[in-house]
Design a protein around this ligand. Structure first.
Ligand SMILES: Cc1ncc(COP(=O)(O)O)c(C=O)c1O
Length: 291
Protein backbone atom coordinates (compact mmCIF):
# COMPACT_ATOMS: atom_id res chain seq x y z
CA UNK A 1 0.00 0.00 0.00
CA UNK A 2 1.56 3.33 -1.05
CA UNK A 3 1.87 6.02 1.61
CA UNK A 4 -1.16 8.28 1.48
CA UNK A 5 -3.23 5.59 -0.27
CA UNK A 6 -6.84 6.71 -0.14
CA UNK A 7 -8.08 3.13 0.35
CA UNK A 8 -6.15 2.79 3.59
CA UNK A 9 -7.43 5.41 6.02
CA UNK A 10 -9.33 5.53 9.22
CA UNK A 11 -12.84 6.89 9.11
CA UNK A 12 -16.25 6.09 7.71
CA UNK A 13 -17.81 6.27 4.25
CA UNK A 14 -21.48 6.50 3.34
CA UNK A 15 -22.15 3.85 0.70
CA UNK A 16 -25.53 2.93 -0.76
CA UNK A 17 -27.38 3.96 2.36
CA UNK A 18 -25.00 2.55 4.96
CA UNK A 19 -22.17 4.04 6.93
CA UNK A 20 -19.28 1.59 6.70
CA UNK A 21 -15.59 1.51 7.69
CA UNK A 22 -13.43 3.46 5.23
CA UNK A 23 -11.38 0.41 4.18
CA UNK A 24 -14.51 -1.62 3.35
CA UNK A 25 -15.88 0.84 0.79
CA UNK A 26 -14.95 -1.24 -2.30
CA UNK A 27 -16.29 -1.99 -5.78
CA UNK A 28 -15.71 -5.00 -8.05
CA UNK A 29 -13.24 -4.76 -10.96
CA UNK A 30 -16.07 -5.43 -13.41
CA UNK A 31 -17.88 -2.27 -12.40
CA UNK A 32 -19.38 -0.46 -15.39
CA UNK A 33 -18.22 2.90 -14.09
CA UNK A 34 -14.61 1.75 -14.12
CA UNK A 35 -14.69 0.40 -17.69
CA UNK A 36 -16.91 2.93 -19.43
CA UNK A 37 -16.56 6.07 -17.27
CA UNK A 38 -20.23 5.93 -16.26
CA UNK A 39 -19.53 7.92 -13.15
CA UNK A 40 -20.20 11.45 -11.92
CA UNK A 41 -18.98 13.17 -8.80
CA UNK A 42 -18.99 16.30 -6.68
CA UNK A 43 -16.44 18.19 -4.63
CA UNK A 44 -17.80 20.19 -1.69
CA UNK A 45 -16.42 21.87 1.37
CA UNK A 46 -17.74 22.18 4.88
CA UNK A 47 -16.73 25.29 6.80
CA UNK A 48 -17.44 25.37 10.53
CA UNK A 49 -19.92 22.50 10.21
CA UNK A 50 -21.81 24.08 7.31
CA UNK A 51 -21.55 22.55 3.81
CA UNK A 52 -21.29 25.53 1.48
CA UNK A 53 -23.98 25.46 -1.24
CA UNK A 54 -24.74 21.87 -0.26
CA UNK A 55 -28.12 21.67 -1.98
CA UNK A 56 -26.74 23.15 -5.22
CA UNK A 57 -24.04 20.47 -5.23
CA UNK A 58 -26.68 17.77 -4.67
CA UNK A 59 -28.74 19.10 -7.57
CA UNK A 60 -25.64 19.25 -9.77
CA UNK A 61 -24.79 15.61 -9.01
CA UNK A 62 -28.28 14.59 -10.13
CA UNK A 63 -28.01 16.78 -13.24
CA UNK A 64 -24.56 15.36 -14.07
CA UNK A 65 -26.02 11.84 -13.84
CA UNK A 66 -28.95 12.81 -16.10
CA UNK A 67 -26.53 14.27 -18.63
CA UNK A 68 -24.73 10.92 -18.93
CA UNK A 69 -28.10 9.14 -19.10
CA UNK A 70 -27.76 7.61 -15.65
CA UNK A 71 -30.69 7.47 -13.26
CA UNK A 72 -29.96 8.79 -9.78
CA UNK A 73 -31.57 6.83 -6.99
CA UNK A 74 -31.53 9.63 -4.43
CA UNK A 75 -33.22 12.99 -4.32
CA UNK A 76 -31.23 16.15 -3.62
CA UNK A 77 -32.75 16.23 -0.12
CA UNK A 78 -31.65 12.64 0.53
CA UNK A 79 -28.16 13.48 -0.69
CA UNK A 80 -28.08 16.48 1.66
CA UNK A 81 -29.04 14.27 4.61
CA UNK A 82 -26.42 11.66 3.72
CA UNK A 83 -23.72 14.34 3.48
CA UNK A 84 -24.61 15.73 6.89
CA UNK A 85 -24.67 12.22 8.35
CA UNK A 86 -21.25 11.23 7.09
CA UNK A 87 -19.68 14.51 8.15
CA UNK A 88 -21.05 14.03 11.64
CA UNK A 89 -20.12 10.31 11.77
CA UNK A 90 -16.52 11.33 11.01
CA UNK A 91 -16.66 14.16 13.58
CA UNK A 92 -15.52 16.64 10.95
CA UNK A 93 -16.57 20.27 10.85
CA UNK A 94 -14.10 21.60 8.24
CA UNK A 95 -13.72 19.09 5.45
CA UNK A 96 -13.72 18.27 1.78
CA UNK A 97 -16.68 16.10 0.75
CA UNK A 98 -16.63 13.79 -2.25
CA UNK A 99 -19.96 12.30 -3.33
CA UNK A 100 -19.73 9.91 -6.30
CA UNK A 101 -22.35 8.00 -8.29
CA UNK A 102 -21.54 5.20 -10.70
CA UNK A 103 -23.05 2.35 -12.65
CA UNK A 104 -22.38 -0.97 -10.92
CA UNK A 105 -21.35 -4.44 -12.11
CA UNK A 106 -24.89 -5.72 -12.73
CA UNK A 107 -24.20 -5.54 -16.48
CA UNK A 108 -20.93 -5.16 -18.35
CA UNK A 109 -20.82 -3.94 -21.92
CA UNK A 110 -21.56 -0.67 -23.64
CA UNK A 111 -25.24 -1.07 -22.83
CA UNK A 112 -25.96 -0.52 -19.20
CA UNK A 113 -29.74 -0.58 -18.78
CA UNK A 114 -29.56 -3.32 -16.13
CA UNK A 115 -26.96 -1.59 -14.00
CA UNK A 116 -27.87 0.03 -10.72
CA UNK A 117 -26.67 3.49 -9.78
CA UNK A 118 -24.54 3.30 -6.68
CA UNK A 119 -23.66 6.26 -4.52
CA UNK A 120 -20.88 6.82 -2.02
CA UNK A 121 -19.88 9.86 0.00
CA UNK A 122 -16.47 10.27 1.61
CA UNK A 123 -15.15 13.24 3.54
CA UNK A 124 -11.78 14.15 4.95
CA UNK A 125 -9.73 16.99 6.24
CA UNK A 126 -8.18 18.78 3.24
CA UNK A 127 -7.15 22.34 4.11
CA UNK A 128 -5.87 23.77 0.84
CA UNK A 129 -5.77 22.43 -2.73
CA UNK A 130 -2.61 24.36 -3.58
CA UNK A 131 0.20 24.86 -1.07
CA UNK A 132 -0.09 28.01 1.11
CA UNK A 133 3.19 29.41 -0.37
CA UNK A 134 1.96 28.87 -3.94
CA UNK A 135 -1.35 30.51 -3.05
CA UNK A 136 0.42 33.52 -1.56
CA UNK A 137 2.58 34.35 -4.55
CA UNK A 138 0.20 32.93 -7.13
CA UNK A 139 0.29 29.51 -8.74
CA UNK A 140 1.67 28.87 -12.24
CA UNK A 141 -0.16 27.43 -15.24
CA UNK A 142 1.14 25.84 -18.41
CA UNK A 143 -1.12 25.88 -21.46
CA UNK A 144 -2.17 22.33 -22.24
CA UNK A 145 -2.07 20.72 -25.65
CA UNK A 146 -5.46 19.21 -24.78
CA UNK A 147 -8.61 21.21 -25.47
CA UNK A 148 -11.93 21.46 -23.69
CA UNK A 149 -14.14 19.47 -26.10
CA UNK A 150 -16.99 20.58 -28.33
CA UNK A 151 -20.28 20.33 -26.44
CA UNK A 152 -21.58 17.77 -28.95
CA UNK A 153 -18.61 15.46 -28.41
CA UNK A 154 -18.81 15.17 -24.63
CA UNK A 155 -21.17 15.97 -21.75
CA UNK A 156 -19.27 19.16 -21.01
CA UNK A 157 -21.81 20.63 -18.58
CA UNK A 158 -21.58 17.61 -16.27
CA UNK A 159 -19.02 16.75 -13.64
CA UNK A 160 -18.50 13.38 -15.32
CA UNK A 161 -15.42 11.33 -14.53
CA UNK A 162 -14.76 10.68 -18.23
CA UNK A 163 -13.96 14.33 -18.87
CA UNK A 164 -11.04 14.27 -16.46
CA UNK A 165 -8.72 11.92 -18.40
CA UNK A 166 -7.37 14.86 -20.44
CA UNK A 167 -7.25 17.03 -17.32
CA UNK A 168 -4.99 14.53 -15.55
CA UNK A 169 -2.70 14.30 -18.59
CA UNK A 170 -2.58 18.10 -18.81
CA UNK A 171 -1.77 18.47 -15.13
CA UNK A 172 0.95 15.82 -15.30
CA UNK A 173 2.56 17.54 -18.24
CA UNK A 174 2.44 20.92 -16.45
CA UNK A 175 3.86 19.49 -13.22
CA UNK A 176 6.68 17.78 -15.13
CA UNK A 177 7.78 21.27 -16.28
CA UNK A 178 7.53 22.74 -12.77
CA UNK A 179 4.11 24.43 -13.18
CA UNK A 180 1.36 24.01 -10.60
CA UNK A 181 -1.50 23.29 -13.00
CA UNK A 182 -2.55 23.45 -16.63
CA UNK A 183 -4.59 26.02 -18.52
CA UNK A 184 -7.01 24.36 -20.91
CA UNK A 185 -8.03 26.18 -24.06
CA UNK A 186 -11.29 25.13 -25.68
CA UNK A 187 -11.85 23.48 -29.06
CA UNK A 188 -11.94 26.98 -30.70
CA UNK A 189 -8.68 28.01 -29.04
CA UNK A 190 -10.26 30.32 -26.44
CA UNK A 191 -9.16 30.31 -22.79
CA UNK A 192 -11.38 27.78 -20.97
CA UNK A 193 -10.38 26.75 -17.44
CA UNK A 194 -7.75 25.04 -15.32
CA UNK A 195 -7.95 21.27 -14.70
CA UNK A 196 -10.21 21.57 -11.67
CA UNK A 197 -11.15 25.23 -11.44
CA UNK A 198 -12.55 28.13 -13.48
CA UNK A 199 -10.48 31.14 -14.50
CA UNK A 200 -10.93 34.93 -14.15
CA UNK A 201 -8.78 37.75 -15.56
CA UNK A 202 -8.57 41.40 -14.53
CA UNK A 203 -7.94 43.72 -17.46
CA UNK A 204 -7.86 47.47 -16.78
CA UNK A 205 -10.21 47.14 -13.81
CA UNK A 206 -12.70 44.84 -15.59
CA UNK A 207 -13.18 41.30 -14.34
CA UNK A 208 -13.49 38.94 -17.29
CA UNK A 209 -14.27 35.24 -17.32
CA UNK A 210 -14.95 32.85 -20.19
CA UNK A 211 -18.48 31.87 -21.10
CA UNK A 212 -18.84 28.29 -19.78
CA UNK A 213 -20.34 26.95 -23.00
CA UNK A 214 -18.08 23.89 -23.19
CA UNK A 215 -16.87 23.33 -19.63
CA UNK A 216 -18.21 23.27 -16.08
CA UNK A 217 -19.97 26.42 -14.90
CA UNK A 218 -18.52 26.11 -11.41
CA UNK A 219 -20.57 27.03 -8.37
CA UNK A 220 -17.62 29.02 -7.02
CA UNK A 221 -17.45 30.89 -10.33
CA UNK A 222 -21.13 31.79 -9.92
CA UNK A 223 -20.59 32.83 -6.29
CA UNK A 224 -17.62 35.02 -7.24
CA UNK A 225 -19.62 36.68 -10.03
CA UNK A 226 -22.33 37.56 -7.48
CA UNK A 227 -19.71 38.89 -5.06
CA UNK A 228 -18.20 41.01 -7.84
CA UNK A 229 -21.63 42.45 -8.55
CA UNK A 230 -22.15 43.27 -4.87
CA UNK A 231 -18.71 44.88 -4.74
CA UNK A 232 -19.52 46.87 -7.91
CA UNK A 233 -16.60 45.39 -9.83
CA UNK A 234 -17.38 45.66 -13.55
CA UNK A 235 -17.66 42.16 -15.03
CA UNK A 236 -17.74 40.70 -18.50
CA UNK A 237 -18.50 37.12 -19.57
CA UNK A 238 -16.93 36.61 -22.94
CA UNK A 239 -14.61 34.62 -25.16
CA UNK A 240 -10.97 35.28 -24.32
CA UNK A 241 -8.14 34.65 -26.75
CA UNK A 242 -4.81 33.49 -25.25
CA UNK A 243 -3.09 36.54 -26.87
CA UNK A 244 -5.19 38.75 -24.58
CA UNK A 245 -3.34 37.38 -21.55
CA UNK A 246 -0.60 39.91 -22.42
CA UNK A 247 -2.98 42.76 -21.54
CA UNK A 248 -3.94 41.24 -18.21
CA UNK A 249 -2.90 42.48 -14.77
CA UNK A 250 -4.40 39.80 -12.51
CA UNK A 251 -5.49 36.20 -12.95
CA UNK A 252 -7.16 33.89 -10.45
CA UNK A 253 -8.88 30.52 -10.32
CA UNK A 254 -12.12 29.60 -8.58
CA UNK A 255 -13.30 26.20 -7.43
CA UNK A 256 -14.59 24.42 -4.37
CA UNK A 257 -11.19 22.84 -3.79
CA UNK A 258 -9.11 25.79 -5.07
CA UNK A 259 -11.42 28.44 -3.52
CA UNK A 260 -10.07 31.77 -4.89
CA UNK A 261 -6.43 31.19 -5.86
CA UNK A 262 -4.24 33.81 -7.49
CA UNK A 263 -2.26 32.87 -10.61
CA UNK A 264 1.23 34.40 -10.79
CA UNK A 265 2.32 32.97 -14.11
CA UNK A 266 0.89 31.47 -17.31
CA UNK A 267 3.63 30.01 -19.53
CA UNK A 268 6.15 32.93 -19.74
CA UNK A 269 3.74 35.71 -18.71
CA UNK A 270 3.78 36.97 -15.13
CA UNK A 271 0.95 38.54 -13.11
CA UNK A 272 0.74 40.20 -9.74
CA UNK A 273 -1.56 39.16 -6.92
CA UNK A 274 -3.57 42.34 -7.24
CA UNK A 275 -6.30 44.22 -5.39
CA UNK A 276 -9.33 42.72 -7.15
CA UNK A 277 -8.07 39.17 -6.55
CA UNK A 278 -7.46 39.97 -2.87
CA UNK A 279 -10.82 41.67 -2.47
CA UNK A 280 -12.72 38.72 -3.99
CA UNK A 281 -10.62 36.15 -2.12
CA UNK A 282 -11.42 37.87 1.19
CA UNK A 283 -15.09 38.24 0.32
CA UNK A 284 -15.30 34.54 -0.61
CA UNK A 285 -13.50 33.47 2.56
CA UNK A 286 -15.90 35.39 4.75
CA UNK A 287 -19.00 34.30 2.79
CA UNK A 288 -18.30 30.57 3.13
CA UNK A 289 -18.13 30.95 6.92
CA UNK A 290 -21.30 33.03 7.18
CA UNK A 291 -24.29 31.19 8.71
C1 LIG B 1 -13.00 20.99 -14.41
C2 LIG B 1 -13.55 21.84 -13.32
N1 LIG B 1 -13.89 23.11 -13.61
C3 LIG B 1 -14.37 23.94 -12.67
C4 LIG B 1 -14.54 23.51 -11.37
C5 LIG B 1 -15.09 24.45 -10.34
O1 LIG B 1 -16.37 24.03 -9.95
P1 LIG B 1 -16.94 24.39 -8.52
O2 LIG B 1 -16.69 25.82 -8.30
O3 LIG B 1 -18.38 24.07 -8.61
O4 LIG B 1 -16.22 23.53 -7.53
C6 LIG B 1 -14.22 22.19 -11.04
C7 LIG B 1 -14.41 21.70 -9.67
O5 LIG B 1 -15.41 21.11 -9.39
C8 LIG B 1 -13.71 21.34 -12.03
O6 LIG B 1 -13.36 20.08 -11.74
Amino acid sequence: MAAGDFSDRDGLIWMDGEIIPWRDAKVHVLTHGLHYASSVFEGERAYDDNIFRMHDHSKRLIRSAELIDMQMTLTAEELDTAKREILEANKLTNAYIRPIAWRGSEQLGISAQATKTHVAIACWDWPSYFSPEAREKGISLQTSKWAAPMPNTATTASKAAGLYATHTMSKHSAEAKGYTDALMLDYRGYVAEATGANIFLVQDGVLRTPDPDCFLNGLTRQTVLSLAEELKIPTEICHIKPEELKNTQEVFLTGTAAEVTAVGKIDDLEFSVGPITRQLRDAYESLVRQR
